[in-house]
Design a protein around this ligand. Structure first.
Ligand code: EPZ
Length: 420
């Protein structure tokens, strides 16, 4: 039985103050997997205390890896006794990112048995690009009874082309290729900051990864990698979520500890919507909104395009903009589950395939709603902050996967939000 906790949020209060952003969930998850590539100790700083991170810890512990939390968000990871090549269904089903251990398993143990990750609310989430990549590196792979069984004598470098710049597949192949024999070239590679960070981490371990942030990443395999200390970057999606929170409530919020260059598309779209965005020094953004919100169109695209992980949050903002906006979701095939719950709050949204047409309304009003996935849940919180009355959001365990103490951070900004 999933946790029956819910949020009660009373809207209509403009947010004011400063919010500090935590470490990036998706960067932490892939770098934690990469720690399995060395038998030496790794130390990761600024790791966010999130359910998805706890899930990844469970997965790598099952593989025989020692993991320990130290003071202020530091993880000590020791893969010396890394010996079990099986990642079980009950762990992989809770979090698709567990699949990122496949590259390190093949690289270190030449064997992997991993449950096929299930689909989720935002789509089927296949792993065919990952498997195509591993086969190109020489792995024999069969799938039976919901498990993927892979074996390889020695990973050998090869050229791999991805039909779509998949973030996870790029990360998985980069990790496997770093210990393969020879050179691997990934074409149509993902350019996301989390991929760049993983490549930087691998290079600090002694890998030879080039082309990070471009369409073509080349990895020259090395014999072994060493343990390193590394600091996780701030979470660009958490930051974008609080930027929209300031905009939708008509407040002024300073977002501390953020990399503005990783939020370009979000900043541009907020400015088009009439929101004031001020970049202070190089790691602070001040968002203020005193005028009406203008409707803007959004098309989600692979990085550096508008991030699919901010699509739901932006949809919430557009529900009270003055005009009509069209949001096109080009990354996942069904990532509009939140539209139904926003409609329950009075939003005027029509879903047509990969497009959503949003006609701005004057006001949203409170209604009982339910989170169906991590970012959709965040969008419901944002809508509640602007709605009249007290909204009850259930299934908030989805939200806890990706937001550290969201109710505390929002309360510190003046929001009326309670978890019960
Ligand atoms: C990563 O998921 C993120 N998760 C997602 O964040 C994010 O939404 C996504 O990238 C896109 O940016 C982590 O990093 C842990 P993809 P990933 O492979 O790697 C299709 C969040 O909210 N595809 O880039 O699974 C896939 O179905 C999460 O933190 C295949 O068809 O995303 C999707 O339509 C949600 N075959 C598209 O590619 C494959 O083998 C992009 O997926 C792999 C992917």
């Amino acid at each position: 039985m999933q946790n029956p906790e819910r949020f009660l949020i009373t809207g209509g209060i403009p947010l004011h103050g400063t919010v500090v952003i935590d470490g990036a969930k998706n960067s932490a998850l892939s770098i934690m997997a990469a720690c399995l590539l060395t038998s030496e100790k790794c130390i990761l700083e600024n790791v966010p205390q999130l359910k998805d991170v706890y899930s990844m810890i469970e997965v790598i512990k099952t593989l025989g890896v020692k993991v320990e939390w130290k003071e202020n968000n530091t993880l000590y990871i020791d893969s010396d006794d890394f010996n079990n090549f099986e990642a079980p269904y009950e762990l992989v089903k809770t979090m698709r990112a567990s699949f990122l251990v496949m590259g390190p398993l093949l690289a270190r143990l030449n064997k992997a048995k991993i449950s096929l990750p299930g689909g989720c609310a935002i789509g089927a989430r296949p792993v065919d690009f990952h498997l195509k990549g591993f086969r190109a590196l020489g792995a024999d792979i069969i799938t039976e009874k919901g498990y993927i069984q892979a074996e390889v004598k020695r990973l050998k470098g090869n050229d791999i082309y991805f039909d779509f710049p998949s973030l996870g597949a790029t990360e998985n192949i980069m990790m496997a290729a770093s210990l393969a024999e020879g050179i691997t070239m990934i074409e149509n590679a993902a350019k996301d900051p989390e991929v760049i960070e993983l490549g930087n981490f691998l290079n600090k371990m002694g890998a030879k990864v080039n082309g990070l942030g471009s369409d073509i990443i080349t990895i020259e395999g090395v014999k072994r990698l060493k343990g390193v200390k590394y600091r996780i970057i701030p979470d660009r999606i958490e930051a974008g979520t609080y930027m929209v929170a300031a905009a939708i409530t008509g407040g002024t919020v300073e977002i501390d500890n953020v990399n503005p260059s990783y939020l370009k598309s979000c900043i541009v779209k907020l400015e088009e919507a009439g929101i004031k965005v001020e970049i202070k020094e190089d790691d602070n953004i001040i968002i203020s909104n005193t005028d009406a919100i203008k409707s803007v169109d959004i098309k989600t695209m692979p990085f550096p395009g508008f991030p699919t992980d901010l699509q739901a949050q932006f949809m919430a903002l557009m529900t009270i903009a003055n005009g009509t906006s069209i949001i096109t979701e080009n990354v996942f095939e069904s990532r509009f589950a939140h539209a139904g719950d926003l409609r329950r709050m009075g939003a005027d949204i029509k879903v047509e395939g990969r497009n959503c047409i949003i006609k701005g309304v004057k006001k949203l009003s409170a209604a009982p709603v339910m989170a169906s996935d991590l970012r959709g849940g965040a969008a419901l919180i944002l809508a509640s902050l602007a709605a009249e009355g007290t909204t009850e959001i259930s299934r908030i365990y989805h939200i806890d996967r990706g937001y550290v103490r969201i109710e505390d951070k929002l309360s510190n900004l003046g929001a009326k939000i309670k978890r019960e």
